[in-house]
Ligand binder design. Structure first.
Ligand SMILES: [Zn+2]
Length: 256
């Protein structure tokens, strides 16, 4: 959905209340006080009222918006901005775009949405062809901390990166190759999962892979010893001495 479609569909608070009510009607089954399954709808207050004990329940109750005074439309717009833009958005930028007065409110909103997105994402596993690689990301450490050298350094976070890859479409191929003369596009990336781990021992990498990748997938890795069980864990395991399509290159070029 682009921003014009968004503003047509969710043109004001009433439209957003109506949309959320439609979704909540399927989820709100019974009164938390008396168990009655029938409600009145108090449209002016955006509340359900139990027909038996008259307990009132806000439309936001039981959702991520519970305990927030922001309009539902602000939440919808935040979700749209955070999912529609390819670049990650800072709390400051979100605050500015949504016209929220306090930075803390914008920060809180963003983190609640990120948590919810992460939980939802955790439910899905990567399928078909998946490339797995271990990477090191720079992390901030205080200047007076003495740094260990190399892979054990506290200035590097160890991250297992899993990328679902697929054959690129003709359009993607043309676009990429016109921008990068001389290089061929071999694979396109669908989804990516990343997990910070305390070490890159076989067991930790295997746990990550089991959590993030479906048993039916074909998993492509380098020939590192920590992948020795992958052939048993997944439908197929292809190990290369050099990553064929370079998860590493994809990730470092795509992430901010
Ligand atoms: Zn009740």
């Amino acid at each position: 959905m682009n921003i014009i479609e968004f503003s047509d569909k969710y043109k004001d608070e009433a439209a957003c209340v109506a949309d959320l009510k439609q979704r909540r009607d399927l989820q709100v089954k019974e009164c938390p006080h008396c168990g009655c399954t029938e409600f009145y709808w108090k449209g002016d207050k955006a509340m359900y009222e139990c027909k038996k004990c008259h307990y009132r329940m806000s439309l936001k109750k039981g959702t991520i918006m519970e305990n927030s005074n922001l309009p539902i439309r602000t939440w919808y717009l935040a979700i749209h901005l955070m999912t529609a833009t390819k670049q990650s958005m800072s709390a400051c930028e979100l605050q500015r775009q949504l016209g929220i007065k306090s930075y803390e409110t914008a920060h809180d909103l963003m983190h609640k949405l990120r948590d919810a997105m992460g939980q939802r994402e955790g439910l899905y596993k990567l399928d078909d062809e998946v490339e797995l690689d271990e990477m090191f990301f720079d992390v901030a450490v205080s200047a007076d901390e003495e740094l260990k050298r190399g892979a054990g350094s506290q200035a590097k976070a160890k991250v297992v990166v899993m990328a679902g890859v697929r054959t690129p479409t003709e359009d993607e191929r043309r676009l990429y190759e016109s921008k990068n003369r001389g290089s061929k596009v071999l694979k396109a990336m669908n989804y990516i999962k990343m997990k910070v781990v305390s070490g890159l021992h076989a067991e930790e990498v295997e746990n990550c892979a089991a959590e993030g990748i479906s048993h039916n997938a074909c998993v492509v890795t380098d020939a590192h010893v920590s992948h020795s069980q992958f052939a048993k864990m997944f439908a197929r395991h292809e190990a290369y001495s050099e990553s064929r399509y370079g998860v590493h290159a994809i990730v470092t070029s795509k992430l901010p």
